[in-house]
Write a protein that binds this ligand. Structure first.
Ligand SMILES: Nc1nc2c(ncn2[C@@H]2O[C@H](COP(=O)(O)OP(=O)(O)O)[C@@H](O)[C@H]2O)c(=O)[nH]1
Ligand SMILES: [Mg+2]
Length: 457
């Protein structure tokens, strides 16, 4: 069984239908049907000049008409190999400042990806770029500084601004985070041509209400167009929930048009379970949205919004000015392709900002440190990686093309050292192997990564 989401029109009704056959033809679908969730095999042409992918999105007529003209057609013959990162810092730096290889009719779009920690922002950026340049993990605050990724295709350059999750002064203090985490996302949005707001639909807290920090950001920059990306749809058992989530997070309005979503009337037992879930959830790493208005002065000072505006935002559930809504699984390349086409179509005439060989503005060393940190976060209890530091001892580009890297990991306690090393050194060996493999795909060469651990108070 699969679900197909169909929109007759934003003004009239929004329906969810259960379709028995995942490859059911779309011929009898409403002319306003945007795309079918698994309605067709990936990449199947619908006969109108553009392809359906399994991603499900609700979008504007203007965008669709541009798509229908063929601009955004997926064409496998124009596959671009993603750029890579030069393993030599100086070379990478000179590439970053190299004059862009400006084509005629160049187009550009700066995209700020914002959202609560763990929404999948870095996963989406990596998938869009075609290489894993940003660290990803289940633990919050994996991304600690903003960085950009550059996607260059034909005459279009998309600059992706991956941000740390929007956070508050209280959380920065609590988690001993860098102060820059507070300012970076705000500045990033200011510089963007499009804001992508990511929401994890598998997170019960995030689904009911937009993150307070996100709302503040959007309110402060109302002139920057924003789209909503509902992520991790693969984890949502009841796909019909997506429509309710969309209605909540958009205040029922998308691109100036009213949505009408009929809520599913739940049987009493289902309601009871939802109550129970709400009471018992919310432990561990989660950061609940909305709870930090008492953060007061910090928030106000940073956002430039008045106390009254902040108070009003606290009760605001969604943002009524999203241009479009996408429902994707960022881990799925096909889903993300749809979003990528959308960004390419949305790029405006303008000069490229980077040479087409640039993939990211991170230094090779930063990528290495972040990759190792990602594995530490993945495999160790959070207090260990949160209190660890790293130092690169050796960085050697061999004549045979291999890259030799040695990293020293400094832990705070003897007990942490034992955990990092693991039984018979298995943990540290695994982290080195997996981080080395990831780095090989970024630097496009064999990477030999060695890790050693030391206690340093
Ligand atoms: N199942 C599933 N997991 C996802 C998806 N997108 C991201 N994740 C996972 O969610 C976690 C947080 O992702 P990350 O990109 O680091 O989130 P960020 O903090 O917003 O940058 C990681 O464990 C990802 O593998 C998705 O579409 N489906
Ligand atoms: Mg991230």
């Amino acid at each position: 069984m699969a679900f197909r989401v169909s929109i007759s029109t934003f003004g009239k009704s929004l329906r969810v239908r259960r379709v028995a056959n995942v490859s059911a033809p779309l011929a009898n679908a409403s002319p306003f049907l945007r795309t079918g969730w698994a309605a067709r095999p990936p990449g199947t042409n619908n006969g109108h000049g553009f392809r359906f992918t399994p991603a499900c999105f609700i979008t504007s007529d203007a965008f669709l008409s541009r798509l229908a003209k063929g601009k955004a057609e997926t064409d496998d013959t124009h596959y671009h190999h993603p750029a890579s990162v030069l393993p030599d810092s100086a070379e990478q730096l000179s590439l970053l400042v190299k004059d862009p290889d400006q084509p005629e009719n160049s187009k550009v779009l700066r995209v700020a990806i914002i959202g609560a920690p763990n929404a999948g922002k870095s996963t989406l950026s990596n998938q869009l770029l075609g290489r894993k340049v940003f660290a990803v993990s289940k633990k919050v605050h994996t991304t600690r500084a903003r960085a950009l990724g550059v996607l260059t295709e034909d005459d279009t350059q998309i600059i992706l601004l991956d941000t740390p999750g929007l956070t508050t002064p209280t959380k920065v203090k609590r988690h001993q985070l860098e102060k820059s985490l507070l300012e970076d996302p705000w500045n990033t949005v200011k510089e963007a041509g499009l804001v992508v707001v990511m929401v994890d639909v598998s997170d019960k807290w995030a689904c009911n209400k937009l993150d307070f920090e996100v709302l503040k950001c959007l309110t402060q920059h109302p002139d920057v167009p924003a789209v909503l990306v509902l992520n991790k749809v693969d984890l949502l058992k009841s796909k019909s929930r997506l429509l309710e989530i969309t209605a909540d997070l958009t205040c029922g309005v998308v691109n100036g048009r009213k949505l009408q979503v009929r809520r599913v009337i739940k049987p009493p037992w289902a309601e009871r379970r939802t109550d129970r879930e709400a009471r018992t959830s919310g432990s561990g790493d989660e950061e609940k949205p909305g709870g930090d208005v008492a953060d007061g002065e910090g928030s106000e000072a940073l956002s430039g919004l008045s106390k009254e505006q902040l108070r009003a935002l606290k009760t605001q559930q969604g943002w009524a000015h999203f241009k479009d809504v996408f429902m994707v699984s960022a881990v799925d390349g096909e889903d993300v392709e749809t979003l990528k086409r959308y960004l390419v179509v949305g790029a405006k005439p303008g000069s490229w900002q980077y040479h087409s060989d640039v993939l990211t503005d991170q230094t090779p060393e930063e990528i290495c440190t972040n990759t190792v940190r990602e594995k530490l976060l993945e495999y160790l209890p959070k207090e260990v990686p949160y209190t660890m530091t790293q130092a690169i001892d050796l960085w050697h580009d061999r004549e045979n093309g291999e890259l030799d890297i040695a990293v020293k990991l400094y832990v705070k306690k003897e007990s942490h050292m034992k955990m990092v090393i693991g039984q018979a050194g298995q943990m540290v060996a695994r982290i080195a192997r997996e981080a080395g493999d990831d780095l090989s795909t970024v630097f496009l060469r064999e990477v030999k990564l060695r890790l050693s651990v030391k206690v340093k108070n």
